[in-house]
Design a protein around this ligand. Structure first.
Ligand SMILES: Nc1ncnc2c1ncn2[C@@H]1O[C@H](COP(=O)(O)OP(=O)(O)OP(=O)(O)O)[C@@H](O)[C@H]1O
Ligand SMILES: [Mg+2]
Length: 253
């Protein structure tokens, strides 16, 4: 479904990604791990059109997407969440999800002005779908609560619901479990599994090895912009380069 081939990206003298390749199979849950500054978020940015690679290609369902605009990539079927939440804090949970649906609402400016029956129907459908998504992420009762008033964990769940509102085929999650306690993390893993069961392909970035080990079928490890390992979680975990990269930090005993 997703094919990243030999992608490089620098910022001035800093090489954030160097010749990185990665494949995500349709219907899988895959993970990208690596220490701080490894280039993980940069990779997600390039996949979603926030910046273009200096070399290499990115394909989604066989189609070149590198260097394409973000909205175009979103319309093709890739949605993401951000490491630093990007919700509208003063808007309600429901309203935040409705902004995510706008990627696919068909009505045009003229229809916005005259509000045709077709547009009203589309809006009703969007609201119904938004409620479904709130239910899916366990926030049905918080529909009218302002995003800023939600707990941090719930805000992360809301961001996932908003990403799903554009009806993607591939969902990218940038550190969805960051700042969560172990109980919240278990709940999040369950949510990702539930979303996966609906047929979604998921690629997630995470620091917590325990979290990715239990969830992902395939892991890619980045360190200083280089891919240092790629494969099934158990093999990756035993890879000496991975152990070295994680030495004294997140790798659990
Ligand atoms: N827009 C930018 N301008 C300059 N440097 C950048 C930019 N984006 C990322 N970098 C640098 O590129 C490197 C990789 O950053 P990136 O955010 O991709 O790492 P990461 O693996 O997501 O790290 P973390 O785990 O801390 O989120 C870092 O050294 C970062 O400072
Ligand atoms: Mg990051």
């Amino acid at each position: 479904m997703l094919q990243v081939e030999g992608v490089s990206r620098s910022f001035g003298k800093l090489v954030a990604l160097h010749d990185v390749s990665l494949r995500v199979d349709a219907g899988s849950i895959a993970g990208v791990i690596g220490p701080n500054g490894a280039g993980k978020s940069t990779l997600f940015n390039l996949i979603t059109g926030l910046g273009r690679p200096e070399s290499g290609t990115i394909r989604f369902s066989g189609k070149r997407i590198d260097g394409r605009p973000t909205y175009w990539i979103a319309c093709l079927g890739i949605a993401r969440t951000f490491q630093n939440l990007r919700l509208f804090p003063h808007a309600t949970a429901l309203e935040n999800i409705l902004t995510g649906e706008h990627v696919r609402l068909r009505s045009n400016l003229l229809e916005d002005l005259v509000r045709t029956p077709g547009q009203r129907r589309e809006e009703e459908q969007a609201r119904a779908r938004a409620f479904e998504l709130l239910h899916l992420v366990g926030l049905r009762r918080a529909a009218n609560v302002r995003a800023a008033a939600l707990s941090y964990g719930d805000q992360r769940r809301l961001e996932i619901a908003r990403a799903l509102a554009s009806r993607p085929r591939l969902l990218l999650l940038d550190e969805p479990a960051a700042g969560m306690n172990p109980v919240e993390k278990d709940g999040l893993a369950e949510l990702v599994r539930t979303i996966h069961r609906t047929g979604m392909t998921v690629l997630l970035i995470e620091h917590d090895m325990r979290f990715v080990m239990g969830l992902c079928e395939h892991l890619t490890v980045l360190d200083y912009g280089e891919r240092i390992a790629d494969g099934v979680p158990q093999a990756v975990r035993e890879n000496p380069r991975v152990i070295e990269a994680y030495l004294g930090s997140e790798l659990p005993a």
